[in-house]
Design a protein around this ligand. Sequence first.
Ligand code: SF4
Length: 328
Amino acid sequence: MTDTFGRAHTYLRISLTERCNLRCTYCMPEEGVLLSPKSNLMTYEEIYYIAKTFVNQGVTKIRLTGGEPLIRKDIPIILEKLSSLPVELSITTNAVIVEKFIDTLKVNGIQSINVSLDSLDKEKFKQITRRNDFEKVYKNILLLVKNGFKVKINTVLIKGFNDNEIIDLVQFTKDLPVTIRFIEFMPFDGNKWDMKKMVSYDEIMKKLNSFYSEKLIERLEDAPNDTSKNYRIKDYKGTFAVISSVTNPFCDSCNRLRLTANGQLKNCLFSATESDLLTTLRAGKPIEPIIEKALQAKFKVRGGMDTLEKLKQPKLHSNNRSMITIGG
Ligand code: SF4
């Protein structure tokens, strides 16, 4: 599954649901989202079939996302079926109810878990998620670490909101073997994005260099296809990273495709166009040609928004779904 720029696509992100038990302001539009009718959502059999087709095409890694994937009732069946495939299976969760799934995740070979947490401040957590679940999430992060999961914490930085917590969040990695990943705020439908609200990679590093001094900040080797630039404060148990899709896109080594909960293939996080796999599958027709066509149509950078000027244009960036229905 190689696109016209020679990028081999080996990583499929599957959004299992459009629903979530949090209401994060940069993900879920204030007015909510129009949910797809249940009949338009992939069943677990269809998820398994489509995933297997991608694996036969060369996918070696599958990440489950949402909305919040753990609120899907048949998640244990989905995990069981997908864990039978020869892939590295992982999940992104907001960790509000993850304590109920520790054994299920372990039994199905999940080792890497990404948790969304944008603040270590209970009140700010409530403000950005519109829910009062900070303690549960915090406790569950410690529980995941205690159970040996590889935990990455995704933090979307928003200027004037949580950018004053950058140091506290990196300090969190002093005694805890987790990776804090700072994410540049990205434009999606309904999230009121504004370049002025975004905290850039340079601003993050400037803040950290002035607090820790450059000699204490180790640059780590990034994994192939890595979306993040990785660092460690000398002698800290954990690490931190920056995902800079806005100021420093990493599309050259992109190996990612996305499947939405209603069976649409997105060849890029920012792509406005989608390919309908589910209707084709339900019509009993092969989906491989659709996948190939979508791959050949993939833009080099950010769904065609290859410059910051283009990314800033609302008519371009809001021509996409809201993040809640993509799954990051
Ligand atoms: S913006 Fe699109 S092309 Fe670039 S890394 Fe993300 S998914 Fe890949």
